[in-house]
Design a protein around this ligand. Structure first.
Ligand code: PAN
Ligand code: ZN
Length: 193
């Protein structure tokens, strides 16, 4: 590591790169992997007993997040690969927990690499938005908007995400507030309601 002029609170680190397998939807040289199984999604789906049946039948993986973390400090950019598996809990498509950033004034970019679904977004004062996610489509999550991705397809929904590294994740408020709308399979197609 060479020395340079740095500002207090923002660590100097060396440049690096990462390898993303676009076909599989994984970061192959990740140093941190977070997994969420069905059992970690309690309280999020409308049909709680359908979720318990899923947990009892082997507690399948819902989603994985692959990262090579950087310092969680102002100026750094955190990034990851988010891989959400396809499936249904009752009539509701598999989704991520969703969160606000702890520092609400921080946004995020999702670039969808594979699959199809929706990004659901909501604000503290009740605004709601949904953006379609499919390969090659970018979703801009502005500051103040909680975000949750939903997989309405038959393959994994894979995105590359990038956001302020100091943002932090607030899951608790979504656990109590819910997300305004759900994405359900009705008549064989996804319906947001
Ligand atoms: C993403 C999410 C990832 C998993 O990296 O963390 O898609 O979703 P949950 O965090 O809601 O479980 C992101 O938005 N980071 O800020
Ligand atoms: Zn986020």
């Amino acid at each position: 590591m060479s020395s340079t002029t740095t500002t207090a609170g923002t660590s100097f680190i060396d440049p690096f790169s990462a390898t993303i397998d676009l076909a599989e939807g994984v970061m192959t040289d990740f140093t941190r992997r977070t997994e969420r199984k069905a059992s970690s999604m309690r309280g999020h789906y409308a049909d709680a007993s359908a979720l318990e049946r899923l947990v009892a039948s082997g507690d399948p993986l819902h989603y994985e997040v692959f990262e090579k973390p950087v310092p969680e400090e102002y100026g750094h950019l955190m990034y990851c690969i988010s891989k959400l598996y396809p499936g249904l809990v009752g009539e509701e498509y598999f989704m991520t927990k969703g969160h606000y950033h702890s520092i609400l004034q921080t946004g995020e970019i999702y670039l969808c690499l594979r699959g199809s679904g929706f990004m659901l977004m909501k604000t503290k004062d009740g605004c709601f938005a949904a953006e379609k996610m499919e390969r090659g489509r970018m979703v801009y999550v502005p500051p103040y908007w909680a975000h949750r991705s939903v997989n309405t397809g038959t393959e994994s929904l894979v995105s590359f995400c990038a956001y302020n590294a100091e943002a932090g994740h607030n899951y608790g408020d979504i656990e109590t507030e819910g997300f305004v709308k759900r994405v359900l399979k009705a008549g064989g197609v996804p319906v947001i309601r």
